[in-house]
Design a protein around this ligand. Sequence first.
Ligand SMILES: [Zn+2]
Length: 464
Amino acid sequence: MKRLATQLILALVSFSQMRASGAQEPKALPLPDERYKADILLVVAHPDDEGAATPYLARALDEHKRIAVVFGTRGSSGANEAGAEQAAALGAIREIEARNALTTLGITNVWFLGGKDTASQNVLQSLANWDHGASLEQLVRLVRLTRPEVILTFLPGTFIGEDHGDHQASGLLATEAFDLAGDPASFPEQLAGPTKRLEPFLENLRPWQPKKIYYFPDADREDIFRGKGPEYSVKEISKSSKQPYWRMALDSFRAHQTQAKSFLDKIAQMDETEIEKTATSDGGWTDALHFVLGKSLVGGSVTGDVFDGITPGAIPFARPDVSPEPARPELSVQLGGPYSFYAEFRRAHGLTNLPHPEPPEIALQAPGTLVIPLWIRNRTAKTQEIMLSAALPAAWTTQSGTGKFTVAPKQVAAARIEVNLPAPAGNGGKKPEPQEISVHAESNGQSIGEIKLRVEPRKRALPQ
Ligand SMILES: [Zn+2]
């Protein structure tokens, strides 16, 4: 009896196994959520920065491109033109204004990294204040979630212009995320499959390698960016709205009441002819948009369309080509701060063709202080004495940092020269010209380096 029961159970088990392996329909495993797939991921710093690209985004939407946007901060600093709220409360409002601006165009997949507004031209300060690591982790997550073909962002570099450190930081993080999101060894906890039915920690994302990255610069000059990427007219008429693209961008911008209420109130009083006149006047909003191609992993021409060379589907992860470290003499001096950092950044991310001014440049508030950060490298086995001096324009004076210093053997030391900038001389109402300064470094009567920097004194500029 017992033996019969055992045989029956065995027979039933093998019958059910047969059914499981043969007759049952296969179950599809879950895939990434298509609602969040983007063709373009725009990465900018503050609410209203999207305005640098909205005329192009309106065009891309006409071409049925899917767009997602990431802001680095909620824009919690600055004046409030629409109400009494300040600081974090203002940031809470500006998040909604940015969402509303983008919803006007039809873009709803919008995220904020949680960085804090940092009013300086120094990208390194912005990165420190944004909690660089956490911001990058979140941006890599969002790239893996949205799987963009193209990333569009601010150009990471230093220029005469507003050159906001936060703008640079958004472009820098976007470049880092471009190079990391496809790497299975980066943030692997985002890629791991669930170990439990309701997985609370591992994210089950897949690596994603974006195909191209394009930049727009926060610089006054245009010369070095021309011909480095595509150009888009903003005067063309949208197929969907029958309005010029600049006009759609303006309608989207109306959401930013806390930043531009007085301007928007003025526009609200104008008729169509007046609006058009204002838009097309000098410094208006109808200049063409210029992008700079950072890199393409799928070919396509430099000045061709953003989607030139792009076909649907994933491409393999591409580790960036790191260029070799430049040879340096045993004893050398180099401009430090963001300047030397950006040289390393371009080298590390295979961005050797990214336009940057030579000599480096900056616009500064005057009267004020210019700080020249320096790295002094001593690779010799002896303590070395060096002599620093600065050649300055008339009426500019050295505050500190020149003279004799020693650098211990096999060490890299930071030094800084501070220069007093006088009030800009009256120039018949014209913009002051940039002035060139140079720093000379000598050791034992021999030159070990000369550094040049172009400085434009201005009535107003962000801190250095
Ligand atoms: Zn901004």
